[in-house]
Every structure is written in structure tokens, then in C-alpha cells.
Design a protein around this ligand. Structure first.
Ligand code: PHE
Length: 366
């Protein structure tokens, strides 16, 4: 077989060498591929192995590209070997792939232990004050009231003076005012305070707004009170007032009666009792039939069957004058109710302090 022609010989040796080399190379490729497959732990490394050996520029593919260089009579045998190796690698890949995928699903199943007791996720809910607040706003919005907000740090002027409560007026005593220290500021002592009532917004709004208007102002107020089950140093009020032509007491009574029936239920009874507030004339206090005993008398209503719920009245002409509204042309009513009190009544809480506790075990009940 060997050709004596040196050039030919070289050529033949080359081919001979190529054939040997190629068979060897193919077997090497097969062995390396199979060891890679054996070691592979997951789908990703199997895919990498597949690409590395069978991909377009994979080792086996490149080796096969050398096939035409072989003498024609050898090509078939080497080609057959190459195909067999390809099949072997493909089969090994498929087998390992099914192994690793079933492994990973069993692993995943095992990692979920359904017998471990769960911790129930905590689902929050709306605070009782916010519930009462949004219900109140909804009812008054349906009556054409607009909602306003205002400052908690207030001047003596808006908290008292504009409201027909001059300095040394005895009604100031009932408001247990917390004054702010004015040392080092341009304010004179006693000028700035924490508002004691949301009525402070009457002056602020009325001096800027032309009648007619209907306004609702919810907000926090502060008083220097000894804290107990029915007193807090900070609590919520809702102020409401309207000014229009020919507004009378019957508008006030009708509005409040409608509100309490919507809020506490249609069977709620409302009564009004004369009361003095310097910024209304005439002034009243409103009582509703006790929500616990429905008016029969219990410890909640101190056996009276009634609970006091708000102060109200016709806006005093002096207040209208102070904000530049002519009392001969316009009239209006105002009311201020304790939102915190409404919440305790609605949820039948026997202690006002429950509304400010951060204790979720308590709050979650309402
Ligand atoms: N501001 C009064 C209070 O805090 C309540 C009130 C408001 C009374 C409006 C009359 C009119 O007690």
C-alpha cells in the first residue's frame, strides 16, 4: 500500500495519520463528553455540555468537518464511528436530563414541609377613629358640606378672640388651655397655644370665604385634663358650620337629627338642651338616647338613658361681624362634636384611652 514516491508517502502518511488521529480524537471526544455528562448536576450544565460537543462549533461537529480530508474509502467507516458517538452522547444527555429534572422536583417537594405550623399573616384594618371620621364625612358631604383642615398650633385670636371669648372671659376656664412657651420668639406670652376646639377654624374660614358655605372640620384638639376613662389631653372633634340666607334653629336641629340617625341608627332619639357658648346665640347641647341600653338607663349613661354628644347653636352676630359678614343679611349655625366620644359610643368602649393605645390586641376588636 505504501507508495515509494517520497512526496506521495508523505501524503499517504498524512492521511494515515489523519485517520488514526481522527478515530482517536473522536473517541477522546466521546469519553470527555460522557464524563462531563456524568458529573453534570443540573439542566444548565447539560445544555452547556451539549453545546460544547454537539453545537455548531462543538468539538464533535468540528471534527466531522475534517471528514472530507480523509481518503474516500475511509470516510464511511470514520463517518459511521462519528455518528455512533453522536448518538451515544445524545442518549447519555437525554438520560441524565430526565434524571436531574426528576431529582429537582423531588427536592422541591421535600423542601416544603406542610406539617410546620404557620404564622398567620397580620391583616390590618382601619382604626376606629378613622372609621368614624370617614362615616361622618360621608354623611355631611351628602348634605353639601365641604371638608377643611387647619392648624393644631393656634393663636389666642382664632381659638378665643374671634369667637367672642375675650381675655378673662370665664368660659376660657373650661377649656384647660395648653399654652406654648414663647421665650425667644416674637410672640408674646400666652399668644400661642394648642387649639382647645376645632371652632378655631370658624374664624379662619369665614374671614376668607364669602357666604353661602357649608364646612366640616375634623381635627385633634388638646386640653390640660387629668387623663381617665372619659377624659384625654388630646382628642378628636368635628366642627361643622353653615352660613346662608335665613338659616334658623330648625335647620340646625334637622341637620343634627338626620346625622345622628344616619350614624347611630334610625331608632336613635335626639334632644336639645339650652347651653351657653359665647360664640353661639342661642346655644344648645345635644343628647342622644343611650346606644347601650337604648334609653332604658344603664351604667354607661349613668341611668339617665341619654348621653351628651355635642355643643351647637346659631352663630353669634359678634362672630359674623368679626369676620366681615353682615349679620343682618346672613345667618348660620355651628356645632362641635367629640369624634372620640362618638367612636366610644359607636363601639361601646368603656374607656377613651383605648382609642390611643398602640395595643393591636385591643384595636383589632373594632
Ligand atoms: N367648641 C365647643 C366645645 O369644644 C363646641 C361647640 C362648637 C359649641 C360649635 C357650639 C358651636 O365644647
Amino acid at each position: 500500500m505504501l507508495n515509494r514516491n517520497p512526496r506521495q508517502r508523505v501524503f499517504l502518511c498524512d492521511i494515515w495519520y489523519s485517520k488514526i488521529a481522527m478515530e482517536e480524537e473522536l473517541i477522546n471526544i466521546k469519553n470527555t463528553a460522557l464524563s462531563f455528562i456524568l458529573e453534570a448536576q443540573d439542566r444548565k450544565s447539560l445544555e452547556e455540555t451539549k453545546l460544547q460537543f454537539l453545537g455548531r462549533s462543538g468539538k464533535l461537529t468540528l471534527a466531522l468537518k475534517q471528514l472530507p480530508k480523509l481518503p474516500i474509502e475511509k470516510r464511511a467507516a470514520v463517518g459511521e464511528l462519528a455518528n455512533e458517538i453522536k448518538r451515544t452522547i445524545e442518549e447519555a444527555l437525554a438520560e441524565k436530563l430526565s434524571q436531574v429534572t426528576s431529582d429537582s422536583t423531588t427536592k422541591r417537594k421535600e423542601s416544603i414541609d406542610r406539617t410546620v405550623p404557620t404564622v398567620e399573616p397580620r391583616i390590618g384594618h382601619i382604626h376606629p377613629i378613622s372609621q368614624v371620621l370617614s362615616q361622618t364625612i360621608e354623611i355631611f358631604k351628602s348634605l353639601g358640606f365641604q371638608v377643611a383642615d387647619g392648624p393644631e398650633i393656634e393663636s389666642d385670636h382664632y381659638n378665643f378672640e374671634v369667637l367672642n371669648i375675650p381675655k378673662y372671659h370665664p368660659s376660657r376656664d373650661t377649656q384647660q388651655t395648653l399654652f406654648l412657651d414663647s421665650t425667644g420668639t416674637s410672640y408674646s406670652p400666652g399668644e400661642m397655644l394648642l387649639r382647645t376646639q376645632t371652632s378655631n377654624m370658624q374664624g379662619r374660614i369665614m374671614e376668607k370665604t364669602k357666604p353661602p358655605f357649608r364646612v366640616l372640620v375634623p381635627g385633634k384638639v388638646f386640653r390640660y385634663e387629668q387623663v381617665d376613662a372619659s377624659h384625654g389631653f388630646e382628642f378628636w372633634q368635628v366642627e361643622g358650620f353653615m352660613v346662608d340666607k335665613n338659616v334658623s334653629m330648625s335647620h340646625l336641629f334637622g341637620t343634627l337629627d338626620y346625622f345622628f340617625k344616619q350614624f347611630f341608627g334610625q331608632s336613635t332619639k335626639v334632644k336639645f338642651v339650652c347651653h351657653n357658648f359665647p360664640f353661639v346665640e342661642p346655644g344648645v347641647e345635644a343628647y342622644i338616647s343611650c346606644v347601650v341600653c337604648r334609653g332604658k338607663g344603664c351604667s354607661f349613661c349613668k341611668r339617665t338613658g341619654w348621653v351628651e354628644i355635642l355643643g351647637a347653636g346659631m352663630i353669634h352676630p359678634n362672630v359674623l361681624k368679626a369676620v366681615g359678614i353682615n349679620p343682618n343679611e346672613w345667618s348660620g349655625f355651628a356645632f362641635g362634636t367629640g369624634l372620640s366620644r362618638m367612636a366610644t359610643l359607636k363601639f361601646e368602649m368603656d374607656d377613651l384611652r383605648l382609642l390611643t393605645t398602640p395595643d393591636l390586641r385591643i384595636l383589632e376588636q373594632f
